[in-house]
Design a protein around this ligand. Structure first.
Ligand code: FES
Length: 115
């Protein structure tokens, strides 16, 4: 069974292979949504973009980004500089061990933002 490690929450959970990251996080009591998005989100449709996470380890153990996910992330400022690690939790399938950072902050002054 794959293990999901949530770094901010210091929590590890085991999930069945093929599990949905958003569903498993919410089931484990891990809050994915910042602020008002706790109630105002698209509930996993892949359109609001508020379930953004960083997969800091094990990206190869997830499904490839689909068109909708790529399009949604592509219009997000938070995506800049995080192209290799950012996913929408609701569109991420967990096939092996991954490490996840929830609610990644905007990094407007990061080394990659203006480059
Ligand atoms: S819940 Fe809205 S994009 Fe994932």
């Amino acid at each position: 069974m794959p293990t999901i490690t949530f770094t901010n929450e210091k929590k590890e959970i085991q999930v069945p292979a093929g599990a949905n990251l958003r569903a498993e996080a919410l089931r484990a009591g891990v809050q994915l949504y910042p602020g008002i998005h706790r109630v105002a989100n698209c509930h996993g449709m892949g359109t609001c973009g508020s379930c953004r996470v960083l997969i800091t380890k094990g990206m190869e153990n997830t499904n490839a980004r689909g068109l909708l996910e790529s399009a949604r992330l592509g219009v997000s400022l938070a995506y800049i500089g995080n192209e290799q690690t950012m996913r929408l939790a609701c569109k991420t399938r967990v096939d092996g061990d991954i490490t996840v950072t929830t609610k990644p902050p905007l990094n407007l002054f990061g080394e990659n933002f203006f480059s």
